[in-house]
Design a protein around this ligand. Structure first.
Ligand SMILES: [Fe+2]
Length: 161
């Protein structure tokens, strides 16, 4: 297996943690705006990212590699409203998708079946993530500044467990 692929997997482990940290910061912003449902959604999303990170972690040790924790930059903590925040989350997921697909492509090039197999679920996962965030951005755009709409949407996102 190439250094490029191994280092890519290790970077992805750290990037999943970084994603989780960004979503926690978004969650705090939303909580500060008293949108408990939106904050809950992002809090749960953060935990999903930490689960992904640990999945990469366990996979790396399973193939006899080790991980190192990188420094995580201070995440953005100010946003230009709810729609903008969710748009930024969508953009972040697009970046994750790009990284996962690059890694997957590299594993195919190297005919590394175990890594391809491992990454395939993340290629699928990203299709779902992008769909979820795209749908949310659309809802936020339609609701705009309408407080009745925001109230209903906040209730909806409070359901995520
Ligand atoms: Fe993830």
């Amino acid at each position: 297996m190439s250094e490029k692929l191994i280092n890519g997997l290790k970077e992805q482990f750290n990037f999943e943690l970084e994603s989780g940290y960004l979503y926690l910061s978004m969650s705090a912003y939303l909580k500060g705006k008293d949108m408990e449902g939106f904050a809950n959604f992002m809090f749960m999303q953060a935990h999903e990212e930490f689960d992904h990170a640990m999945d990469f972690y366990n996979f790396l040790y399973a193939i006899d590699e080790e991980v190192e924790y990188n420094a995580i930059e201070k995440p953005k903590n100010k946003f230009d409203g709810f729609t903008e925040l969710f748009k930024e989350a969508l953009e972040h997921e697009e970046l994750v998708t790009q990284k996962v697909e690059e890694l997957y492509g590299q594993s195919l090039e190297e005919k590394n079946y175990k890594v391809s197999q491992f990454l395939a679920k993340y290629v699928n996962e990203q299709v779902e993530e992008l769909d979820t965030f795209r749908a949310l951005v659309k809802k936020f755009e339609r609701v705009g500044e309408n407080w009745n709409g925001l109230y209903i949407l906040d209730r909806e996102l409070s359901m995520r467990k």
